[in-house]
Design a protein around this ligand. Structure first.
Ligand code: COI
Length: 356
């Protein structure tokens, strides 16, 4: 089915940011997508309108009980000028799984993809094409019903906004310093760790701020039960190269099923590397580092892409990884994934979806 979304064009197009100075998530394009939901009507009135503030009742459920979800994906421009999306089907599938967990209404997969395409096509002049840049796409659902009782809301909005971005970390591919968090936890079994909802991120801020005060860019989360097993790095999935094995935490309910995580596993396995989705204790990690077996550590995510870790602290012990530089596995993954995304490396998996 072909969707048609009415477009109201802005009368005040903005000046685009300098492509050499793009940061993550500070600039927004001229238009946004919006659609409403009422319990007895379902989703209705999908449309593209000028980007800008909109009104919401102060009693809207999202403002009090955080009933919401969000996604993150990117659009790229190839050297030939093609506009490409990376695996948007994975985002809507995950968004609908989050919806199930947060009692949000699901969205038709085809409508989601057509809405992303329509908005990105309209804003294609905003897609930066310098190395390391892209157009970040942020779809989200919020509960708008004005009601202070605690139950699933009966009114929602689904919106998509776009932001031309540079690297998530200011240092780009420069390795980060990571603090192993042993006071706070990100997720527990039965909680919302595998859902992409704002509450998970709000609850992570305190640990991030404390780590920053100690001079670390991010935290490595441990499991919420035994505080022994490594889980995620900040807002990203975590990978560890121990001798010839690449290890990442298994998807058992507390880990966000990252689209980049899945792509990293696929790319590494296709290259013939051993990838294990298994529990890795912080003792094993530090033990491997002391024996010289920990070759690399990196974070993967839509925003962070592949972000190497150069140093890590647990309690009062520090280890430097790969001499504090980017390792060959992380570098090759970055080159392969960003290469596929920008059309420079063959897309053998059929991951890229062309807009228009
Ligand atoms: C992403 O990688 O897209 C994320 O959602 C992380 C984000 C919270 C910046």
């Amino acid at each position: 089915m072909k969707y048609e979304f009415p477009v109201t064009r802005t009368e005040h197009p903005k000046t685009k940011p300098d492509p050499d100075k793009l940061r993550f998530g500070v600039d927004f394009t001229d238009h946004m997508f919006i659609m409403d939901y009422e319990e007895d009507r379902g989703w209705y009135d999908p449309r593209i309108v000028p980007y800008g503030p909109f009104s919401i009742d102060p009693a809207a459920a999202v403002l009090h009980y955080a009933q919401e979800s969000f996604e993150g994906l990117k659009a790229y421009k190839s050297a030939e000028g093609k506009v490409l999306l990376f695996r948007p089907d994975m985002n809507i599938k995950r968004m609908n799984r989050t919806a199930e967990r947060l009692c949000l209404p699901v969205i038709d997969e085809a409508l989601f993809i057509e809405a992303v395409k329509a908005l990105v096509a309209l804003e294609k002049d905003w897609i930066p094409d310098k190395e390391g840049t892209s157009l970040y796409i942020r779809p989200f659902v919020i509960a708008t019903e004005p009601f202070l009782g605690v139950r699933p809301a009966r009114q929602y909005k689904f919106m998509i906004i776009l932001s031309p971005v540079g690297p998530y970390y200011e240092g780009g591919l420069a390795p980060t310093k990571i603090y192993v968090e042993d006071t706070y936890v990100r997720a527990t079994p039965g909680g919302t760790g595998e859902a992409k909802c704002g509450g998970n991120y709000a609850a992570s801020l305190k640990a991030q701020v404390d780590a920053a005060e100690k001079g670390f860019e991010q935290i490595l989360w441990l499991d919420g039960v035994e505080r022994r097993y490594v889980e995620e790095i900040g807002t990203s999935n975590a990978f560890f190269v121990i001798e010839d094995e690449v290890v990442t935490a298994p998807l058992e309910g507390t880990i966000l099923p990252g689209v980049t995580r899945d792509s990293v596993i696929e790319v590494l396995r296709k290259k013939g590397m051993k990838v294990s989705e298994r529990r890795l204790s912080v003792d094993e990690l530090f033990g491997a580092a002391k024996e010289g077996k920990l070759k690399e550590m990196f974070a993967s995510g839509t925003a962070a892409v592949i972000s190497p870790v150069g140093e890590i602290r647990y309690k009062d012990e520090d280890i430097v990884i790969n001499g504090g530089g980017i390792g060959p596995v992380a570098q090759e993954l970055y080159d392969t994934l960003y290469g596929i995304q920008t059309g420079k490396v063959a897309d053998t998996e059929g991951w890229m979806i062309e807009v228009e």
